[in-house]
Write a protein that binds this ligand. Structure first.
Ligand code: SAM
Length: 215
């Protein structure tokens, strides 16, 4: 697992690019500059790792575009003590960005192979999110409530279980839409069953799927 000066140089350029695209949060930019994204992808695609693009990671899934990872992370308004739930571990890259911000990360993935790969790979880089295999629509009632919830797949609806598991004052970031594109939304829980929603533009994600048994 090599992370050399060339990779570090490419990361610096990537950070400049996403800054130009509007990312301002210094800690988020620092996390992108720190994490060796090329190690989360198949090594034969090394030259693509530092382009601002999503990329296939197997099981029909993708590692999100760095700009999108940064954008969603920024919207979470992270505080260092936060407990964050991520739906869609995928490669584990987004979870590592969150860990770099000093929070506690719980992440759920429904593709067994991706879950297993992340569980082995992330600790080898020194990252230790709590990883779970299963349907993220159900959340993690045992560990709730969460300060922040991030969904990294396109959701047809806002899962009720996840709203229930959000703390009052907490924020959910969710790409919402039934078609190929989604609207990025933030949902702030201002009181029990009272929410404030904002829209943040159009994105394109792989779909958030339901329980595997019902596919
Ligand atoms: N956050 C990931 C990363 O940093 O690499 C990228 C996520 S990828 C765009 C979306 C992920 O959501 C895929 O790995 C997919 O298997 C997962 N997913 C889809 N539906 C899910 C569900 N119901 N529960 C948990 N994960 C789900």
């Amino acid at each position: 697992m090599v992370d050399n000066y060339r990779h570090k140089g490419l990361r610096k350029k990537l950070v400049e690019l996403i800054k130009k695209r509007g990312i301002k949060n210094k800690q988020v930019l620092k996390a992108i500059e720190t994490i060796p994204r090329h190690l989360f992808m198949n090594s034969s695609f090394l030259e693509f790792a530092y382009e601002d693009k999503p990329f296939p990671i197997g099981s029909g899934q993708t590692i999100s575009q760095p700009y999108t990872v940064a954008f969603q992370t920024e919207l979470l308004e992270i505080n260092p003590e936060d407990k964050v739930l991520e739906i869609g571990t995928g490669s584990g890259y987004q979870a590592c960005v969150l860990l770099e911000l000093g929070v506690k990360v719980y992440s759920i993935e429904r593709q067994k192979k991706l879950y297993q790969r992340a569980k082995e790979f992330l600790p080898s880089l020194g990252y230790n999110p709590k990883l779970f295999f299963g349907d993220g629509n159900k959340g993690l009632p045992t560990f709730a409530p969460f300060d922040k919830i991030i969904i990294t797949a396109g959701a047809p609806i806002v899962p009720d279980n996840l709203l229930d598991q959000l703390k009052i004052g907490g924020i959910m970031v969710i790409p919402l839409g039934r078609n190929n594109t989604q609207i990025m939304k933030t949902i702030r829980k201002i009181a029990h069953s009272r929410y404030e929603e904002k829209e943040h533009g159009t994105f394109r994600f792989v779909p958030l799927l339901g329980d595997k048994a019902n596919d």
